[in-house]
Ligand binder design. Structure first.
Ligand SMILES: [Zn+2]
Ligand SMILES: [Zn+2]
Length: 339
């Protein structure tokens, strides 16, 4: 971003959904400086928030131990794995297509019903209310790997080999317990605060989180006919699915800012990490994403699978989405690092 100071930058165009189609983070001609205090979202009850975050992070791991016991007794059925797979795909797309590409970056436009559906599916990933998620992620892009980035593995962790371990842990899960660098909703997501559909889903987050667990429980009971079947489906389709999905998401912040290739010079440590591309529905092409934040496709090259982009393209073909941002090949070539 020539001429513009790095640090407390926020793209004014994020605040206006009609003008939010930036094609690159480099287009920050209208970037504004945000004082640190104003940019931080205060938390109402820090102890409660830490307790809930800890429970949501640790409980699935403990419950996986219960799953081992189940397998030992051959109490795991194909239906449990199918419920897990279907809900994993639906709620991961909720994060990648809904919270990330639609609501954070405005990679495409869609109507209020589809906006509600994507926001609900994203909420069912149980990664916090929609608007907080978006505010944190926009702050990550505005400050990527510099002061103010809520989850950089590189900034503020000291020097030496332990700094890498400390930074990686912070980026993966530690940052969830810290509230001094969260994105202010007023500053980073005024467009969503003003959106009645998204605000409603945001306010009713706990309902969608509980629904996300009730659905596998109900499916297990409907398909298996017993309370044991319902509980097994809750374990695999609820807890294990949330555990896998959370760590896939966390990996974008930790692994994809530490390991992998950097075809684009983005001024940060974002990287493309191919092994996670399918599990993250295309989000692990993270260096591509930092180079073209509003692009509907993160897997820009032909050999880079991106299931989320395929869904957006299908939505556009059927008229459910429009004005999707597809970065022209020539523009990608020009932006690529010279070797
Ligand atoms: Zn990033
Ligand atoms: Zn992003």
């Amino acid at each position: 971003m020539p001429g513009a100071p790095r640090g407390w930058l926020f793209h004014r165009s994020m605040a206006n959904r009609d003008t939010a189609h930036m094609e690159s983070a480099t287009q920050t001609t209208d970037a504004i400086r945000v004082p640190p205090a104003q940019a931080v979202q205060p938390v109402e009850n820090e102890a409660l928030d830490r307790f809930l975050t800890g429970t949501l992070t640790v409980a699935p791991i403990l419950l996986l131990g219960v799953a081992g016991w189940q397998v030992w007794n051959e109490a795991l059925h194909l239906r449990d794995l199918m419920i897990l797979a279907v809900l994993y795909v639906a709620t991961t797309f909720g994060v990648t297509i809904g919270l990330h590409r639609l609501l954070t970056h405005r990679s495409f436009k869609t109507g209020p019903k589809m906006r509600a559906l994507w926001a609900i599916l994203g909420s069912m990933a149980i990664e916090g209310p929609v608007i907080s998620w978006v505010a944190d992620h926009r702050k990550h892009h505005a400050c990527s790997d510099t002061e103010g980035d809520p989850h950089s593995p590189h900034h503020g962790h000291g020097e030496g080999p332990m700094a890498l371990v400390k930074g990686f842990t912070h980026a993966h899960v530690g940052w969830l317990f810290i509230h001094t660098q969260r994105g202010s909703k007023e500053r980073f997501a005024p467009d969503l605060l003003a959106d009645p559909v998204v605000s409603f889903v945001n306010r009713t987050f706990f309902f969608w989180a509980i629904l996300s667990l009730l659905i596998p429980f109900g499916l297990g009971y409907a398909l298996g006919g017993t309370l044991d079947a319902a509980l097994a489906a809750l374990l695999w389709g609820g807890a294990v699915r949330v555990f896998l999905l959370h760590h896939a998401t966390y990996s974008i912040n930790s692994i994809c800012h530490t390991f992998g290739s950097r075809p684009y010079d983005t001024g940060d440590e974002s990287r493309n990490f191919a092994p996670l591309s399918l599990l993250t529905m295309g989000e692990s092409w993270h260096n591509n994403h930092h180079a073209f934040p509003t692009s509907a496709r993160h897997g820009l090259r032909a050999w880079q699978p991106d299931p989320s982009a395929a869904v957006i393209a299908a939505m556009e073909k059927t008229g459910l989405a429009w004005d999707a941002v597809w970065v022209p090949k020539e523009k990608q070539r020009q932006r690529r690092r010279k070797r």
